[in-house]
Design a protein around this ligand. Structure first.
Ligand SMILES: Nc1ncnc2c1ncn2[C@@H]1O[C@H](COP(=O)(O)OP(=O)(O)OP(=O)(O)O)[C@@H](O)[C@H]1O
Length: 271
């Protein structure tokens, strides 16, 4: 069953196309990543799926509803962490989470949410006093407090320190284990490799490739580089069948086999 199905999605701003015919399918329970350069049309697409922006054309179904016509109850099942932080003025972390929890029938406990995003020690601090990364973690807390079936995360880990990022990854894995479908927009390719079951690369308003982090853009079938050391010094050889080649080598110290990284493939796709 698909949580999201998009066909021929189009959206222009002042006559300039931002989304120029996007097709997407996200299965229930999947962690799906949207990748693409700045201005590719990712946020526009996600905002249309969230019901926050109107489309010019195409078909969109999110949790079985057209977001443009969805009833109030539909919004209960959707969690949103937008790129721009929610304005929270002088409220504290705990007050903000408690306030948002009231909108949902199946809300998580306030303390649990604050703990999940690693803000327990900051629960009494005003949102305006948090560091950039802590503020972002509060946004994530507000996105998950309603126990959404489908969670949209638009560049959620911008400003996170490495430990907070790992903690966030654990949180995403936990939510995925609970069955939450997650759509993640990010510029961090290691994040995509760590979290995503599938991904789509968007460029100039179109999907230019999709697949798993291991297969996208033909990554798994691209030539591998075999490197080793023999009595002539360091050697290397490019081959589509590194397994066969390695078996033909005599005992080779320093043997490594490398495929193009996700970043290599990504940069080629958007070039
Ligand atoms: N509200 C708006 N009014 C006019 N143009 C807009 C608006 N929002 C986005 N655009 C334009 O639409 C295009 C796609 O923008 P969008 O924010 O969807 O890209 P993105 O892939 O999310 O980029 P980023 O990685 O920088 O977040 C860009 O050229 C942008 O300038």
């Amino acid at each position: 069953m698909n949580a999201i199905r998009v066909r021929g999605l189009r959206k222009s701003y002042d006559g300039k196309p931002a989304v120029a015919g996007i097709d997407l399918e996200v299965a229930e329970g999947e962690v799906f990543a949207l990748l693409g350069p700045n201005g590719a049309g990712k946020s526009t697409t996600v905002e249309i799926l969230e019901g926050l922006r109107r489309r010019d054309g195409g078909e969109v179904s999110v949790l079985g509803q057209d977001p443009a016509k969805a009833p109030r109850s539909w919004y209960e099942d959707i969690g949103v962490v937008q790129q721009a932080a929610t304005d929270l003025a002088d409220t504290t972390v705990a007050e903000a989470v408690r306030h948002f929890a009231r909108y949902y029938r199946r809300a998580r406990a306030v303390d649990e949410v604050i703990d999940l995003v690693g803000l327990t020690e900051k629960a009494g601090d005003r949102a305006g006093k948090l560091s950039g990364g802590q503020r972002r973690r509060l946004d994530v807390a507000l996105g998950i407090v309603g126990r959404p079936k489908l969670l949209f995360l638009d560049e959620p880990t911008t400003g996170f320190d490495p430990e907070a990022r790992r903690r966030f990854w654990s949180l995403i894995r936990l939510l995925a284990r609970e069955g939450t479908t997650i759509v993640l927009t990010t510029h961090y390719l290691d994040e995509v490799e760590a979290l995503a079951n599938r991904l789509a690369v968007v460029a100039r308003g179109r999907v230019v490739a999709e697949g798993t982090p291991l297969t996208v853009g033909g990554r798994h079938t691209a030539d591998a580089l075999v490197s080793w050391i023999d009595n002539r010094g360091p050697q290397s050889y490019r081959t589509p069948r590194p397994d066969e080649f390695v078996r033909s080598l005599p005992a080779a110290p320093g043997l490594t086999v490398t495929r193009p990284t996700l970043e290599d493939v990504y940069l080629e796709l958007i070039a």
